[in-house]
Design a protein around this ligand. Structure first.
Ligand code: RB5
Length: 151
């Protein structure tokens, strides 16, 4: 599984913690470093850049971090085919994979501490879409999304 990660200027420390953690676990993680390549870049362009790479199948999963995680989730969800949500607890991190089939998890460095963040990411990484009763619900999101993107 290829994982992309990025952050804005509010989450540089947590991104480093998570990159080190994932690399130590042998996860194939790529720090896109959009903010390093473009000084003064803001969370919308950083989140959009990662979400488009997922849409184009360059990566399988993505982690976006900002101050709260909220802005990153909002912008990632504006890319067609991409589902993202903010999770700061293990249960939500599992459900966003198992029930919602989201490719992107977002977090806020101003909300969560590094140790809990690592645990939440581990739960998210090891959870897969469960299908079953969730399949028609996710499909309905995809159908409604088509209406919205292609009215
Ligand atoms: C800081 O720019 C802050 O607004 C951002 O990191 C994020 O929390 C937005 O949702």
């Amino acid at each position: 599984m290829k994982v992309a990660i990025d952050c804005d200027d509010a989450a540089v420390n947590l991104k480093k913690v998570l990159v080190d953690h994932l690399k130590a676990k042998g996860v194939d993680v790529t720090d896109l470093g959009y903010g390093n390549s473009k000084e003064g870049s803001l969370y919308p362009e950083i989140g959009y850049n990662l979400a488009v790479k997922l849409k184009e199948k360059e990566f399988d999963r993505g982690i976006l971090i900002c101050g709260t995680g909220l802005g990153m989730a909002m912008i990632a969800n504006k890319v067609e085919g991409i589902f993202a949500g903010t999770c700061h607890d293990v249960f939500s991190a599992e459900r966003i994979r198992k029930s919602n089939d989201a490719q992107i998890i977002t977090m806020g460095e101003r909300v969560i501490g590094p140790e809990l963040a690592k645990t939440v990411i581990d739960a998210w990484l090891t959870s897969e879409f469960q299908g079953g009763g969730s399949t028609s619900k996710v499909q309905q999101m995809r159908d409604l999304e088509k209406d919205s993107f292609h009215p």
